[in-house]
Write a protein of this length. Structure first.
Length: 316
């Protein structure tokens, strides 16, 4: 039953966690696991036995309200009663947790990037002849990521300007995307997913990076790491209105209503025609990443959280 259930990732645990915790004797426990997961409950219980007054932090990225059956709802309830702070992926998470009964504080802690990885990067070798800017997509090729919306927008766009496109990723729509791109007039490539180490080189080959995500019944964009990586690479970014994307890019990228293919085509056209706008967006995006999403900044945020929690705890 679990292998085909959405909760399969929440059902694992580490049998030796109690002995590991006793060995290191921590004063604070940081759980990078959802509060309804078995591993969060099991680890927190073991920690409480060793350090009864030590602060517990848990992570959550759930920005869609979902009902969860026992025992996961019981795990979540126990964490809500015993944890001291939630590290929320986005503002919607805080609202969802409050609706589910969480009464403690929540602080938005974003995902980060290591900025030096995206500086002075040689772009990956491609067989794209020069024919206008390269419109890029990087990520899973499925309905939630809206990849076919971008293909449709390019079909409209090629009636007005010459462009090239580069799609990189894997997923159930990969072959359909590749087939549709072959029917376009411009120079277009659809390549399999690359390793994490090769992401900077892939982004360096793009001029405009698009995240056309679509909200699904039980899923909407929780963060948008590709958008942050593209901004770190100094690229102009376009995102849909799905989930956390608008708040992640702030005013350093362009926004279009999710699913609106014509508006997406117009937004891409706007960046192509206005090179100063594209350049200014790319520049401000790099500044935003350095200010908010670099690992050094996020590390300072964690240190501040630890110090505040430990200052008010009864841990010796």
């Amino acid at each position: 039953w679990l292998p085909s259930h959405g909760l399969r990732n929440a059902s694992h645990y580490y049998s030796n966690i109690a002995s590991l915790l006793r060995k290191c004797n921590p004063h604070i426990l940081e759980l990078w696991a959802e509060p309804f997961s078995l591993v969060a409950w099991h680890s927190a219980r073991a920690f409480r036995a060793i350090c009864p007054k030590g602060p517990i932090l848990f992570f959550s990225a759930q920005n869609v309200h979902k009902w969860r059956p026992p025992p996961w709802s019981l795990f979540e309830g126990w964490l809500f009663r015993n944890a001291d702070l939630c590290m929320a992926m986005n503002d919607d998470v805080k609202t969802i947790l409050q609706e589910k009964g969480w009464q403690g504080p929540s602080e938005v802690v974003p995902l980060g990037v290591h900025l030096p990885r995206y500086e002075n990067v040689k772009h990956m070798e491609l067989s794209l002849p020069p024919s206008g800017p390269v419109i890029g997509f990087l990520g899973k090729m499925d309905d939630q990521k809206g990849v076919l919306d971008l293909v449709a927008a390019l079909r409209e766009l090629e009636k007005k300007v010459k462009i090239s496109s580069l799609f990189i990723g894997s997923g159930p729509l990969f072959h359909e995307v590749k087939e549709q791109l072959q029917s376009l007039k411009g120079h277009n490539l659809c390549l399999p997913a690359v390793s994490h180490e090769d992401v900077p080189a892939a982004l360096a080959a793009m001029d405009i990076v698009v995240m056309p995500s679509r909200t699904q019944q039980h899923l909407k964009e929780q963060f948008g790491r590709v958008a942050v990586e593209a901004m770190a690479s100094g690229k102009a970014v376009i995102v849909s209105s799905s989930g956390a994307l608008p708040s992640v890019v702030e005013d350093c990228g362009l926004l279009f209503p999710e699913g609106d293919v014509n508006k997406l085509a117009d937004t891409i056209s706007q960046l192509i025609k206005d090179k100063n706008l594209a350049s200014n967006l790319a520049s401000s995006a790099k500044e935003l990443v350095a200010k908010r999403y670099s690992w050094s900044v996020i590390a300072d945020q964690f240190v501040d959280i630890y110090q505040r929690l430990l200052a008010t705890s009864e841990v010796d």
